[in-house]
Design a protein around this ligand. Structure first.
Ligand SMILES: Nc1nc2c(c(=O)[nH]1)N[C@H]1C(S)=C(S)[C@@H](COP(=O)(O)OP(=O)(O)OC[C@H]3O[C@@H](n4cnc5c(=O)[nH]c(N)nc54)[C@H](O)[C@@H]3O)O[C@H]1N2
Ligand SMILES: Nc1nc2c(c(=O)[nH]1)N[C@H]1C(S)=C(S)[C@@H](COP(=O)(O)OP(=O)(O)OC[C@H]3O[C@@H](n4cnc5c(=O)[nH]c(N)nc54)[C@H](O)[C@@H]3O)O[C@H]1N2
Ligand code: SF4
Ligand SMILES: [Mo]
Length: 704
């Protein structure tokens, strides 16, 4: 007997609805769920691989206790009771001896349990909660907060020109929001700014291909052109913008000639593009939360791009960039009623904690972001300053996402105690004292926002082996640690009811509904509201000159204007003539998670470096040939993929390959001083074919 049950995909953020076919307690098929979630019943290749994902052979089956040296991977299975007791004993001892702040809590990409983990960290008594967002999204958010005090998103449906900076939705979540054809039918013009030729670029009316990491210069050039040619909105600027004169003076250096030299785009194309932008009034911009910030000038480039919406009068205006409704942030702009995630997280926030990890090195990050900057973790453990981290509790730590990750693993060896909670038996798990097994979205309950709706999915199969849901583990830990947190200690459903408190939907309503329920009485945001009320910046205006950054100008040499500076790593250009850009998404991979998936691996079975055929010809490299990719700190072996999609002198590859770990050859101090983000996408390198060494002639032992 089979049954179709409602579930959802939890691989990426989009939470596409799934109709799961289950037979005798086994997941046998997944299909998109019509009318559930933004995908409208579509699923991408990753969700279609759900069955293999759920039943992957390397899933952790029971709690484990390490018995060999860290990293060797020798464990014995133990009971949940024994694992929890050991964790609680160790963490409470470290807290008692050294203070709660010496325990760091970390989460990898998964977002669904984050408010619960964040609350646990607060209840434990520290602010040392960090995540993969030290390399994703938050730098983009910082730029928004600095400029406008809030996140914003493009109002594409009402715009005249959509500018997509590092925009290729076909590869990052393709089953959902690719509406380019619809927009074009409505007469919306599209400009894509991407060094590569991509599916999205192929639709663009204008495709600009700047050298990677030079978007800030391009944006400042557009600003200079618009100002010079009186294409700005002077009334808007006078009423709502701060620092315009300083900005105007600064961007004047981005002349046609200077910008052509920086970006590699010809002066003629630059001028054409600027004129094209200037012909439009309503302009909406979207920028990648990864590709633009993943340079050491990334935060300021985001600011420079966003600034265009202020000088053209497009911020908080219909058809421009509208303050956005992010469920986890921006309580002010998030239209009510809403889920109480923010209150849930902050109710137990400690008041007398030490500054978060990375505060001394990245004070701007520390002021704006509610997390520690994880790119400072390795240094902190090694140097023990300003105070030492003694223990790490990680939910899904994929060490391979960190630059020079072998150093992170070495540092982890020095910790007094380390717990890792994951689905799979990863490299980082091998270093843990205790490893806990979690289950997939098909095996757990979960409350979540899906656009303007809320949904509660329940398990469609029993959790495999002895695995548990992350939230159950977090609530159990609150009990074993004897925390003064009655909410968390009452378990997942009680917490869900707390979070739902204000929206007029009960948990029972949700359990009975096959589709997500719209939050009643939720009012859509009216553009202009925030401008009229005054922005949440120090001057209550849109800050082209940032009063927040000004505080760090003298001691940290941070610049309050959206300045452009070179992003390439300073290795010698002569020795490393090519630029390495690692990270462009490929549809069938998802960071570390699909590396061992046989089905999706069929689409690209081995790690490959995309290289322009002209560069390949010069290097005498052929398609699929084995090559070496070398940076100033190391070499990996990989196969060549010859493609005109990538520009000359610039090689691209995806990250997270076990046998070709690109992040391990990127220096861990190649970081953005404003955000702490790694410069994954502007690294000097060289490529060469692997010289076939002649096989040594074996000496015969029988000398005749
Ligand atoms: N299939 C799949 N989907 C994913 C993920 C995944 O791993 N696999 N990861 C998820 C995550 S965590 C994230 S953050 C998002 C990221 O998703 P995206 O924001 O789409 O990021 P990328 O695909 O890395 O880059 C988008 C485009 O930016 C271009 N680009 C690279 N460098 C530059 C630059 O300096 N300037 C400009 N203008 N363009 C540049 C690239 O060529 C690429 O075409 O995807 C999410 N979705
Ligand atoms: N070179 C380069 N490096 C990059 C990037 C790049 O573009 N280029 N992108 C950066 C970005 S944007 C991101 S977001 C990061 C990727 O962020 P990562 O954190 O590296 O992402 P994943 O590998 O998807 O997941 C991390 C771990 O979580 C585990 N996991 C999966 N689901 C769950 C769950 O429900 N519970 C628990 N406890 N664990 C779970 C996975 O098995 C994995 O071990 O990589 C960053 N690194
Ligand atoms: S876009 Fe793909 S991976 Fe992301 S939730 Fe939807 S089906 Fe899953
Ligand atoms: Mo990301």
């Amino acid at each position: 007997m089979y049954e179709i049950r409602k579930s959802h995909c939890s691989i990426c953020l989009r939470k596409c609805g799934i109709d799961a076919t289950v037979e005798d307690g086994i997941l046998i098929k997944v299909e998109g769920s019509q009318g559930d979630g933004p995908s409208g019943g579509n699923l991408c290749v990753k969700a279609f691989a759900s069955k293999e994902y759920v039943y992957r052979e390397d899933r952790i089956q029971t709690p484990l206790k390490r018995v060999g040296p860290r990293g060797e991977g020798k464990f014995i299975p133990i009971s949940w009771e024994a694992a929890y007791t050991e964790i609680a004993d160790n963490l409470l001892k470290i807290k008692g001896d050294e203070g709660a702040d010496t325990v760091a809590f970390y989460t990898g990409y998964s977002k669904w349990y984050r408010p619960y983990l964040h609350r646990l960290v607060h209840s434990f008594g520290t602010l040392n909660y960090g995540s993969e967002s030290s390399s994703c999204f938050q730098s983009f958010r910082m730029a928004h907060l600095i400029n406008a005090g809030t996140l914003s998103e493009p109002d594409i449906g009402n715009t005249e020109l959509f500018m997509g900076w590092g925009y290729n939705p076909f590869h990052n979540g393709n089953c959902t929001n690719v509406k380019i054809e619809e927009w074009q039918e409505k007469g919306i013009h599209i400009m894509v700014i991407d060094p590569r030729v991509t599916p999205a670029a192929s639709y663009a009316d204008v495709h600009l291909r700047p050298r990677v990491g030079t978007d800030g210069a391009l944006a400042n050039f557009f600003a200079h052109y618009l100002i010079e040619n009186k294409k700005t909105d002077e009334v808007y600027i006078a009423n709502y913008v701060h620092g315009y004169e300083e900005y105007k003076a600064y961007v004047s250096q981005f002349t046609l000639t200077a910008t052509a030299k920086i970006t590699g785009i010809s002066p003629e194309d630059l001028l054409e593009a600027a004129k094209y932008v200037g012909r439009h009034h309503k302009i909406a911009s979207q920028l990648s939360v990864a590709a633009i910030p993943h340079h050491i000038n990334g935060m300021q480039s985001c600011r420079a791009i966003l600034a265009l919406s202020a000088i053209t009068g497009n911020f908080d205006r219909e058809g421009g960039n509208i303050p956005s409704v992010h469920p986890d942030y921006d309580t002010e702009t998030y239209s009510k009623p809403r889920l109480l995630f923010e209150e849930f997280i902050n109710e137990t926030r400690p008041v007398d904690s030490k500054p978060k990890i990375g505060s001394e090195r990245f004070p701007l990050w520390s002021e704006l972001i509610e997390e520690f900057q994880a790119m400072d973790l390795t240094r902190n453990i090694e140097e023990g300053t300003p105070y030492p981290i003694k223990a790490l509790v990680a939910f899904g730590l994929n060490s391979r996402m960190f630059p020079e990750n072998s150093k992170l693993l070495e540092a982890i060896k020095k910790l007094d105690f380390y717990v890792d909670v994951d689905l799979f038996y990863t490299e980082a798990a091998k270093y843990a004292d205790i490893v806990l097994p979690v289950c997939t979205s098909f095996e757990r309950s979960e409350l979540q926002m899906v656009g303007p709706c809320v949904r509660y999915t329940e398990p469609v199969i029993a959790s495999l082996f002895e695995s548990k849901s992350d939230i159950d583990i977090i609530c159990d830990l609150a009990n074993y640690l004897n925390l003064d947190d009655p909410v968390l200690r009452k378990g997942e459903e009680y917490c869900a009811k707390y979070i739902l408190h204000d929206v007029g939907i009960t948990l029972n309503n949700l359990k009975l509904s096959p589709v997500p329920l719209k939050i009643p009485g939720k009012k859509p945001y009216v553009p202009g509201t925030l401008l009229a009320r005054g922005l949440k910046t120090p001057t209550h205006r849109y800050e082209l000159y940032s009063e927040i950054i000004k505080k760090y100008e003298q001691d940290y040499h941070l610049n309050p204007l959206p300045v452009y500076y070179e992003a390439l790593d300073p290795a010698k250009a002569k020795k490393y003539p090519l630029i390495l850009t690692s990270g462009g998404r490929i549809p069938q991979e998802f960071h570390s998670r699909f590396q061992k998936m046989k089905w999706t691996k069929l689409l690209r079975p081995y790690p490959a470096l995309d290289i322009n055929p002209k560069d390949a010809k010069q290097l005498k490299i052929k398609q699929d040939e084995d090559i070496e990719l070398t940076t100033s700190i190391g070499t990996i072996k990989i196969k060549a993929n010859l493609t005109y999609m990538v520009p000359e002198n610039n090689v691209f590859m995806y990250q997270d390959y076990e046998d070709a770990d690109v992040n391990n050859i990127i220096k861990n101090d190649h970081l953005d001083a404003y955000s702490g983000f790694p410069g994954y996408r502007t690294v000097r390198c060289k490529v060469q074919k692997i010289k076939k060494t002649a096989k040594p002639v074996e000496k015969s032992s029988k000398i005749g």
